[in-house]
Design a binder for this molecule. Structure first.
Ligand code: SAM
Length: 251
């Protein structure tokens, strides 16, 4: 994995909830000569795991995962689904959401309004090379490469299925360079504009990388997620329903 991951912490939280609930519920049921009620116990585990995650200030999506994990395990194990189906679901999720492992960045795409706003921003910016870090299915790079044939546009994506889709879309665009891999392994030295639409999790580390590698005067644009404790040179509010913000940082 190419980033500091919180997985051991999340595993410890879930295990703590399981241990606390079962170490009380099991002896209680034994004393009363009852069988353990798995569904109720799993609901208690979910509630306690949610509480522990909230008390330790985990991101909201981790709290939700903690709340539903144990009840979901009990629920699905009662459905007698063949194990191959779990494997198939896991494999499909891995093909699409590999970026969520390690970086906590799932796949969701920049909308058309944002791509248009980026186009307008770049019209006023001297740019030879543009890169989208975590380029998804190529929605930004392909649109940009199509309209700005004077720019070399690069995209790097580490999830297999989005990468294949982007590869097909980029194939007809001569100025579009599409790579499978991790953006942590890409040097940002050559790029005039670096674009990222990720999540809060990697922003601090990504900013350190940008500061270290990008040239003075180059532009770092983050869609929706600001760099903590760094003031953006400009903030653009996109005219879309989710009021997307583009945070622009000059190196
Ligand atoms: C929120 S999506 C944004 C997609 C695209 N940039 C857009 O704006 O439409 C973020 C993408 O980053 C990818 N990703 C996450 N970590 C990555 C990494 N270390 N290297 C390359 N891509 C990564 C995810 O797989 C996901 O497709």
């Amino acid at each position: 994995m190419d980033n500091d991951t919180p997985y051991p912490r999340q595993l410890a939280l879930q295990c703590a909830a399981v241990f606390i609930v079962l170490s009380l519920a099991w002896p209680y049921c034994l004393l009363r000569q009852q069988t353990l009620p798995w569904l109720e116990s799993s609901l208690l585990i979910g509630a306690l795991a949610f509480l522990l995650a909230s008390l330790t200030h985990q991101y909201w999506w981790w709290r939700v995962i903690h709340a539903v994990f144990a009840p979901a395990v009990v629920f699905f194990s009662g459905l007698n689904i063949a194990p191959e189906w779990y494997l198939a679901v896991f494999a499909s999720m891995f093909l699409v959401y590999r970026g969520a492992i390690g970086n906590q960045v799932p796949l969701y795409l920049s909308n058309r309004e944002t791509v248009r706003a980026l186009g307008r921003l770049l019209a006023d910016t001297p740019v030879g090379k543009f890169i989208d870090l975590g380029a998804g299915t190529g929605s930004v790079v392909c649109a940009l490469a199509g309209t700005r044939t004077d720019i070399q546009v690069f995209g790097v994506e580490n999830s297999y299925l989005p990468w294949v889709i982007g590869l097909l879309r980029a194939a007809r665009l001569k100025n579009c360079h599409w790579t499978l891999g991790s953006f942590w392994q890409v040097s940002l030295t050559d790029y005039d504009v670096v674009y990222a639409f990720l999540s809060p999790a990697p922003m601090e580390r990504l900013w350190l990388k940008a500061k270290h590698e990008m040239r003075p005067g180059a532009l770092f644009i983050s869609n929706s997620f600001n760099v903590p404790e760094v003031e953006a040179a400009d903030e653009i509010e996109v005219d879309d329903s989710r009021k997307t913000r583009l945070y622009c940082y000059r190196l």
